[in-house]
Design a binder for this molecule. Structure first.
Ligand code: G3P
Ligand code: CA
Length: 263
């Protein structure tokens, strides 16, 4: 890999805003990413999918029902996979008003728009979401990172990490973009044999609820970085910080920044 993603100041974990500052603004929108920047986050995490006509966009759920007005715009298709819509159709949706009236009209953000949305000032963790629904997403992502001027500029200044729960997808992305740091997302106990066989990984992003001192030590023994998701609330935060993480993904990055500066 080109460069390791290190903790700032050598000791404090990186603060990663989950889907932006999603506790305070509509997830995965420009408003949420700008809010994470204002809150002092080091990075943001976001979910990457491919539209029906091959454009990368940022969206968590499999359908648009929870976080858009899709039931008004496409009433017969509200429960269709979000990836079955074209980019032009996705651009017609309001992804803000479900969260609060002040966000009405906030559009779904497309991958190309993300560097400017964070003013080229935040690191980015791109999670390849449900890759089986988006064949070719790994190659499309690798090509966009290498080919888009805004992404090249961002990558010169900020860390970029690509992750997925799907190991084959992480591997496929790594093969397409060997210089970009890749992380394995893990929901339960990390599979030591799988990790040991994938020396090209930079680290593991683990569910903090299933992370133990033993599993953390096992990841460290392989010389891998260790991040945790999605850590909200004082009690969970203290427990996660005790694990000695490189980065903490949270819906409330501003709260975590304050907690860490109080140390
Ligand atoms: O990056 C970790 C976390 O985002 C994975 O869970 O469901 O929020 O995408 P989810
Ligand atoms: Ca995610």
């Amino acid at each position: 890999q080109e460069k390791a993603i290190a903790r700032p100041q050598g000791h404090r974990p990186l603060v990663v805003g989950h889907r932006g500052n999603s506790g305070l603004a509509p997830e995965n929108t420009a408003a949420a990413f700008a809010s994470a920047l204002a809150a002092g986050a080091d990075m943001i995490e976001t979910d990457v999918r491919l539209s029906a006509d091959g454009e990368l966009f940022l969206f968590h759920d499999g359908t648009g029902r929870r976080t858009t007005n899709i039931a008004e715009v496409f009433p017969d298709r509200a429960d269709d996979p979000i990836t079955s819509f074209t980019a032009a159709q996705l651009r017609r949706l309001d992804a803000g008003s479900w969260f609060g009236e002040q966000f009405r009209g906030e559009p779904i953000l497309f991958f190309s728009e993300l560097p400017a949305a964070v003013d080229f000032s935040l690191g980015i963790n791109l999670e390849i979401k449900a890759p089986a629904e988006s064949p070719g997403v790994e190659q499309a992502l690798a090509a966009a990172l290498a080919g888009e001027a805004d992404w090249k500029r961002l990558a010169q200044q900020q860390p970029i990490a690509v992750s997925s729960f799907d190991h084959a997808s992480v591997r496929a992305f790594h093969e397409a973009a060997p210089d970009v740091a890749v992380f394995q997302l893990v929901d339960g106990i990390p599979d030591q044999a799988l990790l040991a066989g994938a020396r090209w990984l930079q680290g593991v992003v683990a569910n903090h609820l299933s992370l133990t001192a033993e599993s953390a030590a096992a990841v460290r023994a392989l010389d891998l970085g260790l991040w945790a998701y999605t850590v909200n609330g004082a009690e969970y935060t203290e427990r996660a910080l005790d694990t000695g993480l490189d980065a903490v993904i949270t819906d409330f990055p501003g709260t975590l920044v304050e907690r860490l500066s109080a140390q």
